[in-house]
Design a protein around this ligand. Structure first.
Ligand SMILES: NC(=O)c1ccc[n+]([C@@H]2O[C@H](COP(=O)([O-])OP(=O)(O)OC[C@H]3O[C@@H](n4cnc5c(N)ncnc54)[C@H](OP(=O)(O)O)[C@@H]3O)[C@@H](O)[C@H]2O)c1
Length: 336
């Protein structure tokens, strides 16, 4: 079968390879992967910034979807022909996080989904909504589920609440879509006016170009009558965290997800107590959360936003495109 492997850190070491097709064990399903998607994590992984001790060679990309082509004899929940996606944390079935449940991440501790065939234990696989293509489903395991958890679990948004999303990447566009489903007013920032216009077609209520106006937290205050957002979906990391503490209302929630930028000034912890902010650090989610997300996606006919699709042989170009930051939503690789 065709696959890609990282043999060392760096794009030049991301290589196409021919590997034997995996043989499913008694509790495994064999998936013919139709599509995989890129996350910012995959760029960090390739640079050696995510896990400098990553086992090599490693098949990259945590997120993929495909068709079950064979099942082991102990498998009860899946059969050939089922359309499935892999779980980011193969061992996290339900309940809260733990260090055990955080082991067994695809494209981390284990090989990822950028291969024509992948064998996974049935506990590490979920059915995806019928109305989605394989390409759309391939965007759900990391970006989709993280955004779902931010909106539906970590912050308990009520209809009429105000949510701030940062940028227009994979997690943020899903967060916009889920926040609209939850009945929230959504404010958003971007480096691009064109992307903000596109986000408005998905329901963004107001947008600000953070390059033109770097004090975006003051804008959030203006938009909320001086109060601040109920929830900030924080993907910017150290470079945006201080302003997120200013942009959130007293008693509001900052859901800490990303690490996209570096801090230019020292962080003051004072706003944390003065504004009585809840900080919810989250890392993807469980099978139970994935299934809850799928029910909402099915009920509302929600469609993930795919910016661009690349064929498998253009995997390196897909990484370069993602690194360029021109995308809006998700970048997908189709395996045919
Ligand atoms: N904790 C978790 O479980 C989890 C899960 C998924 C992702 N993440 C993290 O979340 C972050 C986003 O991941 P992703 O896959 O959605 O990335 P992505 O698709 O590459 O999105 C990146 C986008 O973020 C925006 N951005 C970059 N720097 C920014 C800044 N300083 N302020 C505001 N927006 C900024 C830009 O949007 P514009 O072009 O519109 O400006 C950029 O295009 C990454 O740090 C990733 O590691 C964490």
């Amino acid at each position: 079968m065709k696959a890609f492997q990282m043999t060392r850190f760096g794009l030049e070491h991301l290589q196409p390879v021919e590997l034997p097709e995996p043989v499913p064990g008694a509790g495994d399903v064999l998936i013919r992967v139709h599509a995989a998607s890129l996350n910012y994590r995959d760029l960090m992984l390739l640079r050696g910034h995510y896990d400098p001790k990553l086992h090599m060679p490693r098949i990259p990309l945590s997120d993929g979807a495909g068709e079950v082509v064979a099942v082991g004899k102990a498998v009860t929940r899946f059969r050939a022909g089922d359309r499935v996606a892999g779980l980011f944390f193969q061992n996290w079935q339900d309940g809260g996080p733990s260090s055990d449940k955080s082991r067994g991440a695809l494209a981390g501790d284990l090989d990822g989904m950028l291969a024509q065939y992948v064998a996974l234990p049935e506990r590490g696989v979920v059915h995806f909504p019928d109305h989605l293509s394989y390409q759309e489903a391939a965007t759900l395991p990391c970006a989709g589920l993280t955004a779902w958890r931010a909106i539906a679990r970590a912050s308990r948004i009520q209809p009429g609440d105000t949510v701030l999303v940062q940028g227009t990447g994979g997690v943020s566009i899903f967060a916009l879509q889920f926040a609209k489903l939850a009945g929230a007013r959504v404010l958003g920032t971007s480096s691009s006016d064109r992307k903000l216009e596109r986000a408005k077609l998905l329901g963004l209520d107001a947008g600000l170009n953070y390059r033109e106006r770097p004090d975006w937290s003051a804008w959030v205050k203006e938009q909320t009558g001086g109060i601040g957002a109920d929830v900030v979906v924080e993907v910017g990391g150290a470079g945006t965290f201080s302003q997120s503490l200013q942009a959130v209302r007293v008693g509001g929630t900052v859901v800490q997800i990303g690490v996209l930028s570096q801090a230019e000034e020292k962080l003051s912890v004072v706003p944390l107590l003065m504004r009585q902010v809840q900080i919810a650090g989250i890392m993807v989610g469980s099978r139970e959360m994935f299934e809850a997300m799928n029910r909402a996606i099915s009920l509302h006919g929600l469609r993930p936003v795919i910016d661009r699709e690349f064929p498998l042989q253009e995997t390196r170009a897909a990484y370069q495109y993602m690194e360029g930051g021109q995308h809006f939503g998700k970048v997908v690789i189709s395996l045919g």
